[in-house]
Design a binder for this molecule. Structure first.
Ligand code: BTN
Length: 272
């Protein structure tokens, strides 16, 4: 499999800012940590950290993120948005949609979004509703705060690109890769360039104050489904009615209570 090369990535970039300050590493602990250190040292917005391998890759809810060396896109983006702290999630929404669109553009694979920040490939029923999901990518957003204001936002994404199908079961339950779904290897440098182009394009209206929430909500495969949401403290069952401006899931339980959930894992639930 081809390694990522700086010269090739730079030749493919179609952006003015995103990826122009590129930190390309063979191996690191976590690209999110490298991006946060760079942010604290004054790195500009648009800085992108990419690694072929992470030795301490992190997922949400304190989980590990494991990816075989040289097969995936493991990268972190540094934003310095003029947004209130409560809007940091907008960058997660933007990044998820940019990645889903870039994967579609480069590979033809249709990718759905699953609350709160997974990219999945869905099996659909005749009614068009998702019946099962396989996870293709995950997003981890971390913020730097100064005097109660957003100093920076680091959005890390791990996309399973060229992981051979036989290695998937050892990684995470329900994991898939673009290779497993399409049967073809994908050019990771071209995918990265397409992704950064989408990020840059989508960031212009966001910086002008336009929320990405409506488009993101409309693309969530989770909405309208009967689901179980596992949080760190409890499990909620009900219908996912929608999401609010901050990205919280609104879940209508059987007894009519509306729960507002900020984090958790969603699985489909069969009808009672
Ligand atoms: C999740 O689905 O739980 C989020 C996974 C995020 C993984 C990416 S890989 C690049 C960046 N560096 C990390 O340590 N994590 C994110």
């Amino acid at each position: 499999m081809e390694r990522l090369e700086r010269a090739r990535i730079e030749a493919l970039l179609r952006t003015a800012r995103w990826g122009r300050n590129l930190i390309l590493l063979e191996r690191t602990g976590s690209t999110n940590d490298v991006a946060k250190e760079a942010a604290l040292a004054g790195a500009p917005e648009g800085t992108v950290v990419v690694a072929e391998e992470q030795t301490a890759g992190r997922g949400r809810l304190g989980r590990r993120w494991v990816a075989p060396s040289g097969t995936c896109l493991l990268c972190s983006l540094l934003f310095r948005p003029t947004l209130p702290l409560s809007r940091a999630n907008w960058l997660t929404m933007l990044t998820s949609m940019a990645a889903a669109d870039a994967i579609r553009e480069q590979t033809g694979l249709r990718v759905d979004l699953k609350w709160p920040n997974d990219l999945v490939v869905s099996d659909r029923g005749a009614d068009g509703q998702a019946r099962a999901w396989r996870k293709l990518a995950g997003v981890l957003t971390e913020t730097g705060v100064r005097e109660e204001h957003l100093d920076f936002v680091v959005v890390g994404i791990g996309i399973n690109v060229n992981i051979p199908p036989d290695l998937l079961p050892g990684l995470a339950p329900n994991a898939t890769s673009i290779l497993a779904e399409t049967g073809r290897e994908t050019d990771r440098a071209a995918l990265l360039a397409a992704f950064l182009h989408e990020v840059e394009r989508r960031y212009v209206p966001l910086q002008a104050g336009k929320s990405p929430q409506r488009e993101w909500a409309a693309r969530l495969a989770t909405i309208g489904q009967r689901v179980q949401v596992h949080t760190s403290t409890a499990t909620f069952v009900g219908v996912a009615e929608g999401v609010d401006e901050e990205g919280a899931l609104l879940l209508r339980a059987e007894d009519g209570t509306l729960h507002r959930l900020l984090a958790g894992d969603v699985t489909l639930s069969s009808t009672p």
